[in-house]
Design a protein around this ligand. Structure first.
Ligand code: SAM
Length: 220
């Protein structure tokens, strides 16, 4: 698994290597642009909104939302990624922090219209993903959504087929989303839907249950 230093070293080459994988429709970034576009379009349903991005990287997605006037907040543990993102989004509130330790307190006590995360949460194991998602639900405003785009599969069988096809460069240290396995834990506290987009990627959309959203909506 890449450490924050590993991501620091990757930062300047990141966009190019994603593009190569995306253009050849190959694991792990097949469908990258469509996944980011899907999340962009969903976030754009609000105007002048508050958006939190977890693992923003070079801000490929968030910088587009920033240009549209949204207020951007974010967390990433790579100093170099943060420097690139901050240059693209001078007014964004960006924290350097490790998501395995949760969302920094200053960000966690605020509320957001949309929380997004692309190709970052597969660094957390499934229990850590569920714990984080539960916490994130409490940070959403009424009608707010959490949108996760990542290497993701509807079933374990589809995950295993992709792994077999890509055995020579499969990353054994990453925990890809297998929706049929996560959904039973998620349904205890939120509504979720999986949208497959490529053979190895998709978007998971999560929302508070309606009754709960009415009760827990926070004012800023
Ligand atoms: C593959 S990049 C994705 C960047 C961007 N979201 C995108 O879609 O292009 C993963 C990003 O997540 C960050 N990241 C990975 N693990 C993290 C962790 N435990 N805490 C905070 N950031 C993390 C990395 O530094 C990197 O910027």
């Amino acid at each position: 698994m890449l450490s924050n230093k590993g991501f620091d070293l990757w930062a300047n080459e990141y966009d190019r290597s994603v593009q190569l994988s995306e253009e050849s429709d190959s694991y792990p970034f097949a469908g990258y642009k469509d996944i980011l576009n899907t999340i962009y379009n969903e976030a754009m349903r609000h105007s002048d909104s508050r958006i939190l991005d977890l693992g923003f990287g070079t801000a490929v997605l968030t910088s587009q939302l920033y240009k549209q006037g949204h207020q951007i907040f974010g967390v990433d543990f790579s100093k170099e990624m943060l420097a690139i993102a901050q240059e693209k989004m001078p007014q964004a509130i960006l924290y350097q922090a490790d998501l395995t330790e949760g969302v920094p307190q200053n960000l966690a006590e605020q509320a957001y219209d949309t929380i997004i995360s692309t190709y970052a949460l597969h660094h957390l194991d499934d229990q850590a993903k569920v714990n984080l998602i539960k916490r994130l639900m409490s940070m959403l405003r009424k009608n707010g959504k959490l949108l996760i785009g990542d290497v993701a599969f509807e079933t374990r069988a589809k995950h295993d087929a992709c792994k077999l096809e890509n055995a020579h460069h499969w990353d054994e240290e990453e925990y890809y989303f297998v929706y049929e396995e996560l959904q039973p834990s998620l349904q205890a506290f939120c509504a979720s839907e999986f949208y497959p987009i490529s053979h190895c990627g998709g978007v998971i959309e999560l929302q508070k249950f309606e009754a709960e959203a009415d009760v827990t909506d926070k004012a800023i």
